[in-house]
Design a protein around this ligand. Structure first.
Ligand SMILES: NC(=O)c1ccc[n+]([C@@H]2O[C@H](COP(=O)([O-])OP(=O)(O)OC[C@H]3O[C@@H](n4cnc5c(N)ncnc54)[C@H](OP(=O)(O)O)[C@@H]3O)[C@@H](O)[C@H]2O)c1
Length: 261
């Protein structure tokens, strides 16, 4: 059975760059994202440029039953998985009380529930194909006090904590678990706008999606549990952890006001 790297959110941003980095390293790739994002074309181009096998599956991961559909598809096709990358997720800067019920559900379903159920469904397959790896995408600002990003940072704190505990739980079973804490990465319009209007930390932490992908894939394959990208972001992570909540809250509130002038 041929093994693949399964990447969610692979149609754009960090996920697409991860697919390219894996293919450059000779790894076969299965790309997952929402429908109608030219995923087929992107998967074919990556296969042709790197002489690897790729395939794609379009689904909405906020519908948890679609994760079962993804697993059934993969088994029917006879694909093995030895690297799972849970990258699909989204954030934004918004007043919590002004988020619609649909938006609240969507963020929790994608960032938390989909990541959790993907691991729950795919760990048995990863164990069959050990040594294998999981890489979950959290954020440099997980664990931070962040008004106006309150739900987002809470979801990313969940991803980080779940990943670190599972890293130790699965170590004996041949599955390495890593969690990536990316800083600001110019991908979609929302993030690019936030970086342009951003504070010192956002500007200092900026790194291209390709570099984030390359560093994180290499560190995950080497078994690093908590992954920061580059010395600057490692320093920023320690700095943010040492600043009192009151101060990080003040920085975030000023940031929100600046962005909404
Ligand atoms: N960019 C940053 O500065 C930054 C910083 C820290 C952490 N992160 C995290 O890094 C990850 C990737 O972010 P990004 O900036 O690269 O995002 P992005 O460019 O917006 O890409 C998001 C990907 O997720 C897919 N996706 C969204 N909703 C989905 C759904 N319901 N079902 C299936 N796929 C879905 C998108 O598919 P479609 O193209 O089909 O919509 C796209 O492929 C996220 O978890 C994000 O929270 C990003």
């Amino acid at each position: 059975m041929l093994n693949y790297t399964l990447i969610t959110g692979a149609s754009s941003g960090i996920g697409l760059e991860m697919a390219k980095v894996c293919a450059i390293k000779g790894m076969n790739v299965l790309m997952v994202s929402l429908p109608n994002e030219n995923l087929e074309e992107k998967a074919q181009s990556i296969a042709a440029n790197n002489n690897v096998n790729t395939d794609f599956f379009e689904c909405d991961l906020t519908e948890i039953k679609e994760i079962d559909g993804l697993k059934d598809w993969l088994i029917k096709k006879g694909y093995g998985v030895n690297f799972l990358i849970n990258n699909a997720g989204f954030g934004g800067t918004v007043k919590f009380s002004e988020m619609s019920a649909e938006l609240v559900d969507k963020m929790i379903n994608l960032n938390i529930k989909a990541t959790t159920h993907m691991m729950n469904r795919f760990i048995p397959i990863l164990k069959e194909n050990q040594p294998s790896n999981i890489l979950n995408v959290s954020s440099l600002i997980s664990n931070q006090t962040a008004p106006y990003k309150a739900l987002y940072t809470a979801t990313k704190t969940y991803v980080r904590n779940l990943s670190v505990s599972l890293a130790y739980e699965l170590k004996e079973e041949g599955v390495s678990v890593s969690v990536l804490l990316p800083g600001a990465t110019p991908t979609n319009k929302v993030v690019t706008h936030q970086i342009e209007k951003g504070n010192f930390a956002a500007k200092v932490s900026v790194m291209s999606a390709y570099n984030v992908a390359k560093i994180s894939i290499e560190k995950a394959l080497n078994g690093v549990i908590i992954i920061t990208t580059g010395a600057k972001n490692g320093f920023l992570r320690r700095l943010l952890a040492s600043i009192p909540n009151k101060l990080t809250a003040k920085i975030a509130i000023n940031q929100y006001k600046k962005q909404n002038k």
